[in-house]
Design a protein around this ligand. Structure first.
Ligand SMILES: Cc1cc2nc3c(=O)[nH]c(=O)nc-3n(C[C@H](O)[C@H](O)[C@H](O)COP(=O)(O)O)c2cc1C
Length: 309
């Protein structure tokens, strides 16, 4: 028997597998028993309803998916009344993902979702903000520190800061999020990308640019998890191109304590239970009694200075 439990700050999850925000619907319990998952992260919500970006909102690329969904949301009151109760009935830790345009709005939405039953709050600081000319908060260490601090003052719930890979030095941003009071980091959101239809010369996305996810980004994000794991003491949750259990093992070896599965859910809605049972088998076959034995294995083998070839 392998003990699959992992600790993310003060939260103990029965296993490290959960969906990435925006990639798994509240109807997933019709496909499989969701109580198997370690946690559930719903789609990011904002205070005020918004429609999202013009269509087309997704475009396939080799080994990846470009999306420019644009965070459509029914808004906070609708979420609290109609959606949160559905998620809470799942009976596993629900980590509410929130997004906002200013630090003040972030603090406000976090305060309002700090309700009994909510296990934690994932702050999507990878989204454009109104205060810094449309840059994502997590593109810079200073703006990250400022927004995480404001949120920390607004809630005592665990805060998971979801970083953007679209920054020069993600380890520096990770340190700022930790200093601001984040309990864990999610590394990372999608990479800014673009695709053009060569028949029409038009961008394939209605919003022109979008976020790249899927297997194409995994080696870059493994590097980022590895770098962040050396820079901070708080746990890291990996997000980027996880398609199978081997990908989870790779991320945990790089220093992640848990893993979010995103794009893979669109290819196979039942992928997460499969990943979980294969991960358990991986540990069993190698005689690991605890899945946590995977965490940071490569960190312990390799000196920190071997980042660049
Ligand atoms: C269609 C789609 C919608 C997404 N919506 C959100 C969202 O609402 N909030 C968020 O923080 N991340 C969102 N993401 C990012 C994912 O949660 C995940 O971090 C990213 O896709 C990388 O993981 P993956 O390669 O496994 O998909 C979305 C990704 C996709 C593909």
């Amino acid at each position: 028997m392998v003990n699959m439990a992992v600790k993310i700050g003060s939260l103990t999850l029965q296993n490290p597998i959960m969906p990435g925000s925006g990639c798994c619907s509240d109807e997933i319990d019709r496909v499989y028993d969701v109580t198997q998952l370690g946690a559930f992260v719903p789609k990011s919500i904002e205070i005020v309803p918004r429609e999202g970006n013009p269509v087309p909102r997704v475009a396939e690329t080799p080994q990846g998916l470009l999306n420019s969904i644009g965070l459509p949301t029914y808004g906070l009151p609708y979420f609290l009344q109609h959606q949160l109760p559905v998620y809470l009935r799942f009976g596993i830790p629900i980590v509410v993902s929130v997004s906002a345009g200013t630090a003040e709005e972030f603090a406000s939405i976090c305060r309002q979702v700090s309700l009994p039953g909510v296990a934690g709050i994932e702050i999507n600081i990878s989204c454009p903000n109104k205060e810094e000319g449309g840059r994502a908060f997590a593109m810079g260490a200073d703006s990250t520190l400022r927004v995480v601090k404001a949120i920390r003052e607004a809630t005592s719930k665990p805060i998971w800061a979801k970083l953007t890979p679209n920054t020069g030095d993600i380890a520096e941003v990770a340190v700022a999020a930790e200093a601001g009071g984040a309990d864990a980091l999610v590394v990372a959101n999608t990479f800014l990308g673009m695709a053009i239809d060569t028949e029409t010369f038009r961008p394939k996305l209605g919003n022109i640019t979008g976020g790249l996810s899927g297997p194409a980004i995994k080696p870059i994000v493994v590097r980022m998890v590895y770098q962040c794991a050396q820079a901070v003491r708080i746990p890291i949750i990996a997000s980027g191109g996880i398609m199978n259990a081997a990908d989870v093992v790779e991320y945990m070896a790089a220093g992640a304590s848990a893993a979010q599965v995103g794009t893979a859910n669109f290819l196979d809605p039942a992928v997460m239970p499969k990943i979980l049972s294969d991960l358990r088998k991986f540990c069993q076959d190698r005689g690991f009694g605890n899945v946590t034995e995977l965490i940071g294995r490569t960190l312990r083998l390799e000196p920190a200075t071997t980042l660049v070839a």
